[in-house]
Design a protein around this ligand. Structure first.
Ligand code: MN
Length: 193
């Protein structure tokens, strides 16, 4: 199966000034493209060649896992962003309040986890099999589906995600991603069975 680049749902300049066109040209256009190309090259003529991407993420190790998970994670991340103002569905707000205390406390905890992750990786809001929400930090290409958890939203804290726009100010990038997140989509992913 040949893996393809996901199409962005917005123009490359639509997230400015929080996320620049230049960042999308590099992060989406070059970094994600490289992961997709590497994945296609590494899986050719292997047991993974005909496997759906999610299954490769769950089963592979080493370079195949790294490039498959980075393809999946970036696709999820870019699909999460929106230039439109989005409202959280009430049921999702209720779940955040139940599991974190309030929406604000959730955002504070997510921000702290994203700021504290040392080096490269991803911080995820996930739900478990009982629909309980939690925040988990994963190094490098880590993906919560390997632990049986369902991703709801995420942030990429690799330096390539923010260095063009924010240099060393990761905290400013975290704020920007929270403002660019489509909370309606997060709520739909939470509600999905
Ligand atoms: Mn990235």
């Amino acid at each position: 199966m040949k893996h393809e680049m996901p199409q962005l749902k917005y123009a490359k300049n639509a997230l400015e000034p929080k996320m620049s066109q230049e960042t999308l040209e590099y992060h989406y256009g070059k970094h994600l493209q490289a992961y997709v190309d590497n994945l296609n090259r590494l899986t050719e003529n292997t047991e993974f060649e005909t496997m759906p991407l999610e299954d490769i993420v769950r089963k592979a190790e080493g370079p195949v896992f790294n490039n498959a998970a980075q393809t999946w994670n970036h696709t999820f991340f870019f699909n999460q962003l929106t230039p439109e103002h989005s409202e959280m569905p009430e049921s999702f707000k209720d779940a955040l309040c139940r599991d974190f205390g309030s929406v604000e406390i959730f955002k504070e905890k997510f921000t702290k986890a994203a700021a504290a992750l040392f080096g490269s990786g991803w911080v995820w809001l996930v739900k478990d099999k009982d629909n309980k929400l939690d925040i988990i930090s994963e190094p490098n290409a880590g993906n919560p589906m390997r632990k049986g958890l369902t991703p709801i939203m995420t942030i990429d804290v690799w330096e390539h995600a923010y260095y063009i726009d924010y240099r060393n100010k990761r905290a400013d990038f975290i704020n920007a991603v929270l403002e660019l997140t489509d909370w309606n989509r997060a709520g739909e992913l939470y509600a999905a069975r």
